[in-house]
Design a protein around this ligand. Structure first.
Ligand SMILES: Cc1cc2ncn([C@H]3O[C@H](COP(=O)(O)O)[C@@H](O)[C@H]3O)c2cc1C
Ligand SMILES: O=C(O)c1cccnc1
Length: 360
């Protein structure tokens, strides 16, 4: 089967959450010993998790953050505060367990899977998932970042990693990435698909100065006018101005949705992948849990555009999946509320009905 058909099949498998199970969970939340709605967003979260998983009492013990790593030709334009060599160096750091995402994943009981989907170096490590589609993208300021088929291949890599994790029993996924230059590609994807201006979409990424920020906006404008991606064709946008890790994460999100698993969306780059996933499969948004608002300017606007409501705002701007794995603690808390709280009836607490009686 051609890759494009495999992708179409994956998209067709995303049918939407179990509304009946969500309704049952919502009814149970309302008989727990608290005023209705008093646990706010935790209530909404667990009702959504029930609908996504089809379990009236979700318990998401096996979790994995998938860190997609790839390089970007556009780094040659001076759009990052760090050199491209940092991408492979950080991959080795993930594999050694020393990056921020490793620490936060250990704290949240999540596995870290690192996928070389397009790093511009030869990497070997027993724990590395080596699925290189090509050695980095081409410089989008000079031409398309990759071909349409490469973008589809990278989406399918993400989907395959999720499928094998689902087979191992993983129940919830977190998106993570590493790729020097990827805030530029993400900003370009955002501009192409939403019409937002490059000046509003670009941010400081790893910490570029004011001159660098101006240059970044100019590079994004140049890439958009040169490649002229079609806004109604997400694969065209992804291949012309996106990145291999962004494509891989699009696949992670689509496959999580196809397998009835929640997918926690991390920061700016991950949300750009979510934007592509939404365009390819609008119903996939029902499976996305937004974790945090990144300090990368542009992320808040992107989340608004996606109608995603993140749980946290900790002024983080790292990526890797760090905000995503932190959110697992709140997801656990929400699930425990549903699983462990007493009901008005079981605890003998008056439920506030007009008679003031203990409900049966
Ligand atoms: C040491 C280091 C660790 C990182 N971990 C994630 N990123 C983050 O920064 C990069 C994006 O920023 P820009 O577009 O400005 O290059 C991505 O690799 C992202 O994951 C890192 C960046 C650095 C330098
Ligand atoms: O929000 C993110 O994902 C992010 C922001 C800056 C740099 N790297 C990642």
């Amino acid at each position: 089967m051609r890759n494009e058909q495999v992708l179409e099949q994956l998209i067709r498998r995303i049918t939407g959450p179990h509304e009946q199970v969500a309704a049952e969970a919502a009814a149970h939340v309302d008989i727990l010993t608290k005023p209705p709605g008093s646990l706010g967003k935790l209530e909404e979260l667990v009702i959504r998790l029930a609908g996504i998983t089809g379990q009236s009492r979700p318990c998401l013990e096996r979790r994995a953050v998938i860190v997609m790593a790839a390089d970007h030709g556009v780094v040659a334009e001076g759009v990052s505060a760090f050199p491209a060599e940092v991408t492979p160096q950080m991959v080795l750091n993930f594999l050694a367990g020393g990056a921020a995402v490793n620490v936060l994943a250990r704290h949240a009981g999540a596995d870290v899977l690192c996928v070389d989907i397009g790093v511009n170096a030869d990497l070997e490590h027993p724990e590395l998932i080596s699925r290189k589609v090509r050695k980095g993208t081409a410089n989008m300021a000079k031409g398309p970042a990759m071909t349409r088929d490469e973008a589809i291949q990278a989406i399918l890599v993400g989907a395959e990693v999720v499928a094998s994790e689902v087979d191992r029993g993983t129940q919830i996924f977190v998106t993570g990435e590493m790729g020097i230059g990827n805030t530029t590609a993400s900003a370009a994807v955002m501009c192409a698909l939403t019409g937002i201006s490059p000046a509003s979409a670009v941010g400081r990424g790893t910490g570029i100065d004011d001159v660098g920020l101006q240059r970044k906006a100019t590079v994004v404008s140049q890439a958009l006018s040169l490649n002229a991606p079609h806004a109604e064709d997400a694969l065209d946008v992804l291949s012309k101005v996106g990145g291999l890790e962004i494509a891989g994460l699009t696949g992670v999100i689509l496959a999580a949705a196809a397998n009835g698993c929640p997918v926690v969306v991390d920061g700016f780059i991950s949300t750009a992948a979510a934007l592509i996933a939404r365009q390819l499969a609008p119903v996939s948004t029902a499976y996305m849990i937004a974790s945090h608002t990144s300090d990368e300017s542009g992320h808040a606007a992107l989340l608004r555009e996606m109608d995603l409501k993140p749980m946290l705002d900790l002024n983080m701007r790292l990526g890797e999946g760090t905000g995503g794995v932190l959110s697992l603690h709140l997801i656990d808390a929400a699930c425990r509320i549903l699983n462990e709280m007493a009901t008005f009836a079981s605890a003998g607490v008056s439920d506030g009905s007009p008679q003031g009686e203990v409900s049966s």
